[in-house]
Design a protein around this ligand. Structure first.
Ligand code: 13P
Ligand code: 13P
Ligand code: MG
Ligand code: MG
Length: 369
């Protein structure tokens, strides 16, 4: 029997500002997951948070895009929204952008990543969950981990990986349909780089191993502003990455995160800061950020999860957290100028458009040709 790993996350309200869901909200989410375990809908499940987002990790046998699983997530988020409203929390129901559930959370606000697998004898995988970032935050670390021998020594040392990987990349600004391109490394290396250099438009949806045809990684691709037509919060994506044996090792997958790369998503979703690798269940603080990413390692066997190993809760990452703080402060020192704030195409969804329209009327023409 195949096992499905589903991670669905949403911001349904938070304490302080955009900082952390409340304990009663987290308690309610755990209650709903426990109910689903008792009913047999799930074989295992976990509830965590990253900044102001609640993530539901659900293990089951129903495959991806299953309406029962998606309804469980949607109903859970409706209930945590209810609590957020009762408690007067900020942004209650923020990521629930549609009123009626229609069978799948995709296109409704919550972020989701799902993978159906034939369990290997040992099935290690990592769940990544970010806050204050767009879905393109995974472009750099996933591409590097799967395509670059600088991080993935297995590309040189492990024969299974010699044939490389295939990247499924989505143009997330095309809203009429899912617009996808399939490119392989090593053959299409430069073409992939050409797309991934724009992480607000071209997003890695999944990575497949060429030799085995097995899906190695999946990431969420929702863009809230494309659903809502205005700025309603950042996308705050999730990803599932399988590791070891025919795939990169767990450490190779984590290796690119040591850069603390710059990404868009901090404060009002409009600023570039460095991604800080953090422990699970970390909060948001400086400048409504900084952008954070957690990584939880698990093994799944016969549909049952092990405990999590909190990958960024290790002394090595203290240095990277300090580096991320320094890189963020360097960028913040530039305020709103140039690359510190988002480019105009991302800001179009915010109030800046009205301000520019108003100011445009005050421009005067000189030396007209
Ligand atoms: P072990 O020999 O301890 O399994 O480690 C192998 C490995 O590939 C680590 O990257
Ligand atoms: P969230 O998407 O995490 O709610 O962040 C929104 C924001 O604008 C914080 O400044
Ligand atoms: Mg929020
Ligand atoms: Mg958030």
């Amino acid at each position: 029997m195949k096992t499905t790993i589903s991670i669905i996350k949403a911001d349904t309200g938070s304490v302080g500002g955009h900082n952390k869901p409340s304990e009663p909200m987290i308690g309610k989410a755990k209650e709903k997951i426990n109910e689903a375990l008792k009913k047999g809908l799930l074989s295992d499940g976990k509830v965590t948070y990253t900044g102001d987002d609640i993530a539901l990790l659900m293990i089951h046998t129903k495959g991806v895009d299953n309406p029962d699983i998606h309804k469980l997530a949607w109903d859970t988020f409706c209930q945590t929204t209810k609590i957020a409203k009762e408690q007067g929390l900020y942004g209650a129901g923020q990521d629930l952008l549609k009123d009626a559930f229609s069978g799948n959370v995709r296109g409704m606000g919550p972020g989701s990543a799902e993978i159906e697998i034939e369990e290997r004898p040992a099935e290690p995988f990592i769940i990544f969950a970010g806050d204050k970032c767009g879905p393109g935050v995974f472009n750099y670390p996933l591409f590097e981990a799967f395509a670059s021998p600088y991080h993935n020594a297995g590309l040189l040392l492990a024969p299974d990986m010699n044939a490389g990987f295939t990247f499924h990349i989505m143009d997330v600004n095309f809203t009429e349909a899912d617009k996808l391109i399939t490119l392989k490394v090593p053959e299409d290396y430069y073409d992939i780089c050409t797309l991934l250099r724009d992480p607000n438009k071209y997003i890695i949806e999944s990575v497949v191993e060429n030799a085995s045809g097995l899906v190695a990684a999946v990431a969420s691709t929702s863009r809230l502003h494309n659903i809502a037509g205005k700025y309603v919060g950042k996308d705050d994506p999730v990803a599932i990455v399988r590791t070891q044996k025919q795939f990169p090792s767990t450490g190779e997958i984590l290796s690119p995160w040591a850069l603390a790369h710059y990404t868009l998503g901090d404060n009002r979703g409009s600023h570039h800061v460095a991604v800080m690798p953090v422990k699970q269940n970390s909060i948001i603080s400086y400048f409504d950020g900084p952008t954070i990413m957690s990584a939880a390692g698990y093994c799944v066997h016969n549909g049952k999860l092990t405990e999590a190993v909190d990958m960024f809760d290790q002394p090595f990452w203290d240095l990277i957290r300090n580096k991320a703080s320094e890189k963020t402060l360097e960028m913040r020192a530039q305020g709103f100028y140039g690359p510190s704030m988002a480019a105009m195409d991302e800001l179009e969804y915010t109030g800046v458009v009205e301000n520019l329209k108003r100011l445009d009327k005050r421009f005067v023409l000189r030396n007209q040709k």
